[in-house]
Design a protein around this ligand. Sequence first.
Ligand SMILES: [Zn+2]
Length: 850
Amino acid sequence: MPGTNLTRLEAESRAAHLDVQSYDVMLDLTSDGPTFGSTSTVRFTSQDPSQPCWLDLIAEEVDSITLNGAPVDPGTAYHAGRVTLTGIAEQNEVTVVARCAYMSTGEGLHRFIDPVDKETYLYSQFEVPDARRVFAVFEQPDLKASFAFTVDAPEDWTVVSNTTAEVTPTATGASRWTFAPTQPISSYITAVCAGPYHVERSEYRGAHGTTPLALYCRRSLVEHLDADEIFDVTRRGFAFFEDLFDYPYPFGAYDQLFVPEFNAGAMENAACVTYRDEYLFRSRVTDAAYERRAETILHEMAHMWFGDLVTMTWWNDLWLNESFATWASVLAEAEATRWTEAWTTFASSEKLWALRQDQLPTTHPVSAEITDLEDVETNFDGITYAKGAAVLKQLVAWVGREEFFAGLRRYFARHAWGNTTLADLFAELEAESGRDLTAWEAEWLLTPGVNTLRPVLGVAENAGLEQYTSASIHQEAPPEHPTLRRHRVAIGLYDAGPDGLTRRDRIELDVAGERTEVPELVGQRVADLLLVNDDDLTFTKIRFDASSLGTLEKHIADLHDSLPRSLAWTGLTDMLRDAELSATRYVSLVLTGVGRESDLSVVQTLLAQGRVAVELFSNPETRDELRARWASGLARRVRQAEPGSDHQLALVRAWSAAATAPEDVAEISALLDGSVSMPGLVLDHDLRWHLLQRLVIKGRADDDAIEAELETDRTAAGERQAALARAARPQRAAKQAAWDAVMTPSALSNSEMEATLAGFMPAEQADVLATFVDAYFDQVLSVYEERTFHTAERIIEGLFPRVQVSPQVIDRARTLAEAASTPKAVRRMLLEGAADVERALRAQHRDASG
Ligand SMILES: [Zn+2]
């Protein structure tokens, strides 16, 4: 990171005098590396040529620089990621010829060799500031320009970029791909992907004409490319968004590529979207995975309008970009695909993510101050994506759905191909709705922290019936973020009966200040369950009165509709995390409810949270007992699950991850070697690896077993699974080997790094892992100095000693975080790790006190 930052003020000053017209970018990808040739010609004008001017570039070498026909000495001009341009004129043309490095970290131009067939695949990933790793560029979103890429590549390769190309042979037997110039776009959404990619084609016929569609993947993944399903979601998305936004898809054709070793879920490059290729499912997954993939497809598609056509001026509106795409994707999923319960998933997963992030000491307002690139890199978080989306959902309710949509249409029409800020969107929403959004913005976007809504009820018996004699909602805020907000809230009254828990009444009201009376409740018969924030209208934590909590403990699965069930689960999980509900009680709740939970996303969230409750939040003195109860409870649910169902698969995975008793471990062994089988359960590659990894953790399978499994699965995915298994071995020497591999630059590929970190730290290996705590705090700063941002972040977060739940770890993390020499990004990661450990410690005390 050092020397390659860019501040908001620098970007503003550059944009104030520059106007960039076009780029011609020539890339020579015919060599195997370690570098490739890059020639970037940029045409731009300056209103004030006396102002500082520079191009951004991270190159191995700069061969030549030519400014307005005159050579510039690279030795003087190129330094620390910048090509300084002195003596510019009003109208300029600069050409920079360089050699840039192929990357193995998923940033810039990533290069990957498929272990199956040894074919080479390249793809670019430029957000936030990594186009400069591939060509010289003004790297900021508001200097939009037209980009024309020309790419030389081996002749059996396919090259994909933001536009369509003509292909001609070169004199040396390669192919030259000459892409049409783009419309004016930001550099971070340009893209170049190249390799012997397999392609499937289709089209979308809509109200505005026909859009060619294509899907790309590695040749070795062709059998897993379910093109029909992906094209179907894609077409539904196009129809939904073109209608909603009243603006035709702006980028011609639409290509979607599944690429290896991708850092995030996907990237919204204009007309050239990239996805992590784990989204092509090679083994059986539950419907939750298909739902998540559809959400991602729709998220990236929403960005084609919101983000790519109209783009934030600077990264302080990153939240708006991501929140909008998240909100729009769930809306499209719920209203245009088979996942009509998508808002249930949103309430159980995105909201939990947002709640966690918003209660960390490092939380920030949704609309955050972004002073430089380091700020933005650390802000791809639960506030930016999930809380922002929850708040936007609420804004839609606040201004009215039709008014919101009408404002959006005006926004796209007015700002197409331009850059905007939040104020530009609000101006359109205010014009349509007649509502002043200033106060709303101050409460929801400019102040961090989450409120808690707690029902306070008086109850008395009257003629043999229990009735409410008083009712109010108390609003709380944490002392560090004391803002109380105005919430639009629904309260649901549910009664237990022969048909389960059904809603008798629903009251909608505005909650404001510390205490809001609810006179409509007074005199009503006491409900078995009183659910605050029913229908999920606001972003808040909720609590239950004691009798409602009792009802949930017995009957949560009897709630008919998935949304209130999911809201109740999120509330209970939140109580666990706040040490208001013991891990022991929470585990019982999950075991009671999970078998009958119909929403697979909720099932998987619960199984994951149940495991956290056992391993990190339970009283260490009684943990073995709880582990045994969790495992045997899951084993019972496995036996009750319908053979071949998604439930069976999810439960088998959770049960085997929890298995500790000798007979359970023996059963896993027997399943793997085929001596026993389970009706309906197919032992495909990923399930086999999952079972084997459990045996490895328990010391019941060795290196030979891992190698033997890999022998049957020599794929990129198999190598990833094997790396995870090796890192999960319990011996000190095995841990040291994993540690050394992570700490040695270039020792691991991007996905081996991800897998090694995922396997390294099972909570039940806390004893052997304790010997790495000193090394962690000794090395964390040098990791940040020496590695690229994504790799450093992955290591610093992945190796944080979070399974050592002790005050000492909290102290050490905080001391290092507060040291003057600690970079702010590292400080943030350390404080978040410490907060997680502190939360676990409080939960353990809660569990110990019964
Ligand atoms: Zn996004």
